[in-house]
Design a protein around this ligand. Structure first.
Ligand SMILES: C[S@@+](CC[C@H](N)C(=O)[O-])C[C@H]1O[C@@H](n2cnc3c(N)ncnc32)[C@H](O)[C@@H]1O
Length: 324
């Protein structure tokens, strides 16, 4: 491996430790720093295609193959022992983290619309964000009771300006679209989703598990397809006599070309569907420039039809509404 390539992988892991894992998962921070210093682990990563060297994917694959959470000292021996299985996971799986708590930040936007709604989620993963009507919400000053005892209740800190709804939205039709739909009834698919929750985020893991159980009672339909080419086909199935909402959270960053993202945005603005986007601000800089500064690092921008509404925590734990 050239020094440049070697250094680039090490830098990527150091950056992940500092800007993503720090304050969120101290163990992942330590593991990523250990990988950045390890000749053996960098050499392992170098055998994979560039797009398969992601820290999140490597760490989840190690945990999956080794059957649990590791310490920095376990890393090298575990990767040596389970190398074939780890490589297999890293080339067949992707980071399809499905975070149902993101429904808490979508709810105020959905509540502005005339109900009932037809919901189409692109990049739906297992479709857990397609079920905002089946969870409970606790916004601190205001709680929406879960519809069943076993449903999760998502805590979300909302600023005073957030127009909090009083009930779950009324969903008359729902469907997802994903490159690789995950099946809530498949134990291996769901074990992978649970492995993607970082150590130190136990409440997320508990809520994810509860949301999967809710989804299993009546799984949402997820169609296989690419958001750049297959959206119109799926949207054509949605009823036309109610508002049709196309939404996505933590998806468009997976489209590497800004020109493709912009073409998608143009298509959404030209369509008669309502478009809700909850993404990192760098995904659509043309919309982010109209938003006030974010309240902190690592925030997503919630926008409706390209109009910024709020800054949101990427895992749905807070919403800072600023739109009129
Ligand atoms: C990080 S997950 C987010 C899942 C869900 N939206 C959430 O917020 O919990 C990103 C999902 O987008 C899907 N995806 C990425 N590129 C896509 C594309 N071009 N078309 C359709 N789905 C895509 C991935 O397969 C993955 O399931």
């Amino acid at each position: 491996m050239s020094d440049d390539e070697w250094n680039a992988i090490a830098r990527r892991y150091r950056r992940f430790a500092a800007s993503e894992a720090h304050d969120v998962s101290p163990l992942y921070e330590q593991l990523a720093l250990k990988i950045a210093e390890s000749t053996a682990l960098l050499a392992f990563l170098q055998t994979l295609p560039d797009e398969r060297r992601q820290p999140n994917l490597f760490l989840a694959a190690i945990r999956d193959a080794a059957g649990g959470i590791l310490t920095p000292d376990d890393l090298e021996p575990s990767v040596r022992r389970f190398a074939t299985r780890i490589r297999d996971i890293m080339v067949t799986r992707t980071t399809q983290t499905n975070e149902p708590a993101r429904c808490a930040v979508l709810l105020p936007a959905l509540a502005r619309l005339q109900q009932p709604l037809a919901l189409l989620e692109i990049g739906a993963s297992a479709g857990l964000c397609l079920l905002p009507d089946r969870y409970g919400y606790d916004y601190g000053r205001h709680r929406i009771a879960p519809p069943s005892d076993s449903a999760p209740v998502f805590n979300c800190v909302a600023n005073a300006a957030t127009p909090l709804p009083h009930r779950q939205p009324d969903i008359a039709w729902r469907c997802g679209l994903d490159l690789n739909p995950l099946d809530v009834k498949s134990p291996t698919d769901m074990a992978w989703l649970e492995t993607l929750v970082w150590p130190g985020q136990e409440q997320r893991a508990v809520n994810l598990h509860a949301a999967i159980e809710v989804a299993r009672t009546d799984p949402p339909t997820i169609r296989q397809g690419n958001l750049l080419t297959d959206l119109a086909r799926v949207l054509a199935d949605a009823p036309e006599n109610i508002p049709r909402v196309v939404f996505h959270t933590a998806v468009l960053a997976y489209i590497p070309s800004q020109a493709d993202r912009d073409a998608f945005a143009q298509a959404m603005l030209a369509s008669d569907a309502i478009w809700i986007s909850n993404e990192a601000p760098s995904v659509f800089p043309q919309f982010a420039k109209d938003a006030p500064p974010p309240p902190g690092v690592r925030h997503f921008l919630l926008a409706m039809n390209g109009k910024p509404l709020a800054w949101t925590d990427p895992h749905g734990r807070s919403i800072d509404w600023f739109a009129a």
